[in-house]
Design a protein around this ligand. Structure first.
Ligand code: FES
Ligand SMILES: [Fe+2]
Length: 418
């Protein structure tokens, strides 16, 4: 199945390479910086993020019955467990008695979850197991357990919807058939966690997703790190529903596609790709392994985001630790020191009032389409084309100029008309 994907991507990227970057055929657009600072917008986006599945942890972080992981999500923490039957659960990590945090460690394993305040205990599925000194506490039985959250294990990831009142939707339904199939073909379900870390960043979450949606910056921002491995301005961006996929061939792949027989192509080994899932999850394919970015905006401050970064590697090659350690080291330098630092720098200048609008080029158009899609999620309706509302007008323009569906309209950078 992966071979079919390799050849399909190889064919599509051959076309992009053949065409090469072309001059822009549309003007750059102005983007008011309010999209990164407005408090009302931030509240709407937080609600959207809470109402959709988020990649909270890798399945292998709760590999065995009794395993649990806690993750800070907004103002409180969420606990993910695996019960004795192998089923994964997610709960608010908040005691049903008087609201203490039940599990205070980041991860561990046990038969029950117990609260340190007054000793109440819970089963691994969050149901109440026992009330300490129950006969003294109440003359009628207490039954309320931890607040459970919609949770599903798919593609080697535990997806949690933080808002328990959100409309029920399966991960497959949310991903859509094309992205779901792509994650299957990439073999995410057979991957295991190698390492993870968290960053508290001084920028809006969308400045981070923006960086995955254009590669205009690659040859400048990454000139001392990864730029020499990639041809400049060569990318294939496509869209599936409100999700985006951005494939970047490496120089070695470009050479193969032009010089080597199609049957001998090794595409996935020389390819980087960002799968930007709306809202707030990015899965980055890195020539054989995956980096998972889970973005959690600050509950009140639009200028702050926590990013949990997890590296997933093929389960059957998990013991190649030296190789994965080297890759992890590289990721932990390039991403925070270059991409994250640039986003924080931009936010600082925006917050200082030093810039009121940004200019978005034709070669950065996917960034606009993503913003428009985020708008639609937040309002539940399409963005109106109101010329008096520059953000909405801008977003609508972006939405109209981008094709629908993977394998639909696509573009090399600066190459939109082809
Ligand atoms: S708050 Fe948890 S047992 Fe009292
Ligand atoms: Fe980058």
């Amino acid at each position: 199945m992966q071979r079919e994907l390799e050849l399909r991507l190889g064919d599509e990227l051959s076309e992009v390479v053949k065409r090469g970057p072309a001059p822009a055929e549309r003007a750059a657009t102005s983007l008011p910086v309010g999209v990164y600072t407005d408090a009302d917008r931030h509240r709407r986006e937080l609600a959207s993020i809470a109402a959709h599945p988020a990649a909270l942890v890798a399945s292998t972080e709760v590999a065995s019955p009794g395993d649990y992981v806690t993750v800070d999500a907004g103002r409180t923490s969420i606990i993910v467990t695996r019960d004795r039957d192998g089923q994964v659960h997610a709960m608010r990590n908040v005691c049903a008695h008087r609201g203490a945090t039940v599990v205070t460690s980041e991860s561990g394993s046990g038969r029950i979850l117990s609260c340190g305040f007054h000793g109440w205990s819970y089963e691994l599925d969050g149901s109440l197991r026992s009330v300490a000194d129950a006969s003294l506490f109440s003359n009628t039985p207490c039954t309320r357990g931890l607040q459970t959250l919609p949770c599903e294990e798919r593609h080697g990831i535990v997806w949690v919807t933080a808002d328990p009142t959100a409309p029920e939707r399966s991960v497959r339904e949310w991903l859509g058939d094309d992205v779901d199939a792509l994650l299957t073909e990439l073999g995410l379900g057979e991957m295991t966690r190698h390492a993870s870390t968290e960053y508290d960043l001084g920028c809006n979450w969308k400045l981070l997703t923006d960086g995955f949606l254009e590669i205009y910056h690659l040859k400048y921002l990454h000139r001392n790190s990864i730029a020499p491995y990639f041809p400049a301005n060569t990318t294939k961006v496509s869209r599936s529903g409100d999700h985006f996929v951005n494939w970047l061939p490496k120089n070695r792949l470009v050479k193969q596609l032009t010089e080597v027989d199609r049957d001998d192509w090794e595409v996935l080994a020389h390819l980087t790709g960002a799968i930007v899932l709306i809202p707030g999850t990015v899965i980055q394919w890195q020539a054989g392994h995956v980096e998972l970015f889970s973005l959690r905006p600050h509950p009140t401050d639009p200028s702050r985001t926590t990013c949990r970064l997890t590296m997933l590697v093929p389960g059957d090659r998990a013991d190649e630790t030296e190789l994965w350690d080297r890759n992890w080291e590289r990721v932990c330098v390039t991403i925070p020191d270059e991409d994250f630092a640039a986003a924080v720098d931009v936010q600082r200048n925006i917050d200082a009032g030093a810039v009121s609008e940004l200019q978005i080029g034709a070669n950065e158009h996917a960034l606009c389409d993503h913003l428009a899609a985020v708008d639609r999620l937040g309002t539940g309706v399409g963005v109106g084309c109101d010329p008096d509302d520059p953000v909405a007008f801008f977003a609508c323009q972006g939405a109209q100029t981008f094709g629908a569906g993977l394998g639909g309209e696509e573009a090399g950078v600066g190459n939109r008309s082809q």
